[in-house]
Design a protein around this ligand. Structure first.
Ligand code: NAP
Length: 479
């Protein structure tokens, strides 16, 4: 069994290990990972600090070449990395391939930015004064990532951080560290100078605390739960670190009577159930206009019954397992809460057992109908394949229901009425909106992130990523 070491100052560092198991078949040990310590984080931060001057002084195009090379290596290893992701996280192989492709494209996008990244050049009021602002890196950054997009999220933090000239310490999720490790391996093979990227796996509590307190660290980018994000924010604020948090959601899909009915059913089921509901942008509330409510629920149930749940490496599977036992228990606990609040689910509601199911963490895609706003399943993030369907009198009622949650990550509307589309675009309290598409499914060329309790700090991805990973230096020059 391969042991995947930590990567500090360009060296692979060994130590005691923890297991990474396949959630679809817990007999399948994916690998052993070195359990890093607070001292490892300190060493990693010191290495990043030492590497900073040379890396930040390298030209942008030269840094970009290393990112292009990394993309090329990931492309050569595409099939193997995708299959490993399915084994460690549980998502289906096509979903894993889509995510690895996205990671490759993110590297290429930011590699190109190395030749483009500009500042400001504006006219001065004064004679013969040339004034401009250039971008400079923030310094050593800490990156903390979740398990649900185990390659895309690490890459959408690493790539902009690198091209801006920062150096970094990456702490991946313990439930799925291999995909991020493969990225670090590719960066190493692409010739990244030692110390620029450091990788320390292990317990979030121990490493997170060390990271936020490591003296060289100037900024922390975190994606994960609100609970951990809020704690990190409080700690980081004590040292006035720059911080960026992407956290939970309770995303709505509003379905109006004038929608393209079949497309709306497909989009809702896709957003609620695919990836086992484990997308931060997944739909967990379908808010359906009264005029089509009964017919829509019936169609959702019929479509959901056709979904095949199983090992994501097998062809024809739509939905894999929950990522681990803890997430499975959360799903089952919320299903019981839903039963008490809304009655029997209209479809699903059980753990799947028997045969191969006994080896993994499988749960039936589950839908509760007649959910109302006072219920916990209408307000709290579950992060599983559990959909709450709510009845709205009309568009205005649907908008009010959609906005009355503490979260504001993504939202979707299904309608053919262009005026309502614009009303929704301007009034929906979410950072990421879709129209006649699933609420989940983002591209890397535009800003990504939420509002309200879902997010804090500058957006990720696209040109907006530079707002977090760089700072301006302003120059006034008399000639
Ligand atoms: P999590 O438990 O908060 O973990 C996220 C990361 O934080 C992991 O690497 C974890 O390490 C680490 N961590 C745990 N305790 C920490 C601490 N005290 N200090 C610093 N880091 C710590 O979240 P998750 O269960 O992996 O992910 C699911 C959550 O992520 C959901 O709420 C989902 O909505 C959210 N999410 C949000 C977005 C977005 O863009 N808004 C995207 C994806 C996911 P360990 O793994 O070792 O515990």
């Amino acid at each position: 069994m391969q042991t995947f070491a930590n990567y500090i100052n360009g060296e692979w560092v060994n130590g005691p290990t923890f297991e990474n198991r396949n959630p679809a078949n817990t007999d399948d040990l994916v690998g052993l990972f070195v359990k890093g310590s607070a001292a490892d984080v300190d060493a990693a931060a010191a290495a990043a600090e030492a590497a900073l001057p040379a890396w930040s002084n390298m030209t942008g195009p030269a840094r970009g070449n290393i990112l292009f090379k990394t993309a090329e290596l990931l492309d050569q290893r595409f099939e193997a990395i995708s299959a490993e992701m399915t084994r460690e996280e549980g998502k289906t192989l096509p979903e894993a391939k889509g995510e690895v492709r996205r990671a490759i494209n993110i590297f290429k996008y930011f590699a190109g930015e190395g030749s483009r990244m500009g500042g400001f050049l504006v006219p001065s009021e004064r004679d013969r004064v040339h004034m401009f602002a250039i971008r400079k890196p923030v310094g050593v950054v800490g990156l903390v990532t979740p398990w649900n997009f185990p390659i895309a999220i690490p890459v959408w933090k690493l790539a902009p951080a690198l091209i801006c000239g920062n150096t970094m310490v990456l702490k991946p999720a313990s439930a799925a560290p291999l995909s991020a490790w493969r990225v670090v391996e590719a960066l190493h093979d692409a010739g990244l100078p030692k110390g620029v990227v450091n990788f320390v796996a292990g317990s979030g509590g121990t490493l997170g605390s060390a990271l936020v307190n490591a003296r060289p660290v100037k900024a922390v980018s975190f994606t994960g739960s609100c609970e951990v994000g809020n704690w990190l924010h409080a700690e980081a604020s004590k040292r006035r670190l720059r911080i960026q948090l992407e956290m939970g959601g309770k995303n709505p899909t509003i379905v109006l009577g004038d929608c393209d009915f079949n497309a709306a059913v497909e989009n809702t089921v896709n957003a609620a159930m695919f990836s086992t509901g484990q997308k931060c942008t997944a739909t967990s509330r379908a808010i359906v206009e009264d005029s089509i409510y009964d017919r829509f629920v019936e169609a959702l149930v019929a479509r959901t019954r056709k979904l095949k749940v199983g090992n994501g490496l097998e062809a024809g599977i739509d939905i894999g397992p929950a990522v681990d036992e803890g997430q499975l228990e959360t799903n089952l606990r919320y299903i019981e809460i839903g039963r008490k609040e809304a009655g029997e689910p209209v479809v699903g509601g059980n753990r799947l057992t028997g045969g191969a199911y006994d080896k993994g963490y499988f749960v039936e895609p589950t839908i509760f109908a007649n959910v109302t706003e006072d219920m916990r399943i209408a307000q709290e993030e579950i992060f599983g394949p559990v959909l709450a369907v709510m009845r709205a009198r009309d568009f205005e009622d649907a908008m009010a229901i959609a906005n009355r949650v503490p979260f504001g990550l993504s939202a979707s509307i299904q309608t053919t009425n262009v005026s309502r589309v614009f009303e929704y675009i301007y009034r929906m309290e979410a950072g990421l909106l879709t129209v006649n598409l699933p609420s989940a499914g983002v591209e890397y060329q535009l800003p990504f992130g939420g509002t309200k309790d879902s997010s804090f700090g500058p957006k990720e991805q696209g040109p907006a990523a530079f707002d977090f990973y760089s700072d301006y230096k302003t120059v006034y020059l008399k000639y």
